[in-house]
Design a protein. Sequence first.
Length: 247
Amino acid sequence: MERLDKFISTQTSIPRSETKKIIKQGRIKINGRTASDGGEKIDPEKDEIKLDGNPIEYRRHIYIMLNKPKGYVCSTRDGLSPTVLELVPPALSRKGLFPAGRLDKDTEGFVLITDDGELAHKMLSPKGHVPKLYFCTLRDEWDESYPSKFASGMVLEDGEKCLPAQFFPGKDKKEAFVVLSEGMFHQVKRMFEALGNKVLGLKRLQIGALPLDPDLKPGECREILHKEIDKLLEYFVFNCDSLSKNR
């Protein structure tokens, strides 16, 4: 059992301090009757709670796939630049959301937004080695030595050593796919810089075995289905052709 006001604040973007007001206004119904007390106990899994006639669906945690555009930072608050949380629509917004992992401000693609700290830890932990796929546009053409250099565990210009990574050619010599199993700061960009090259465009296409939905335009997001959640922690076999829509 859970307090009504706590349920509303955790399942929506409404602060707990505001729940008393909306209850007093008669906007909340419990199993068809108008609620009058935020301290009333409800069963989140059995009782039907409605706000302005719309059901508040109970989810212990929520998982959101965002196609991040350039110009947004992966932070809960910044003060200077807009954050990815500002792109979450009210229907999916709730207390405690955060981006699980970071993409640079000028990097696009798949960002997971959730309130599940346990899953985020598993996905981001160095011990987890969850693979992530990136599409890169390069300043200079890559050469035939790149795959072996990425696979050997590259040493960056500051002496930091990377875990073995995978390099796959793109459609032309200035496009490439990279699969990483770790997440160092600016890692993809730094790896190409160590080879004397420069990344001009970067997009994350996949986390674990879950690819970015090709129907999501930059700035759009959708809830990740229950059956998809486990894929975030799975390994995958790279298939360039299946990702052609997301480049």
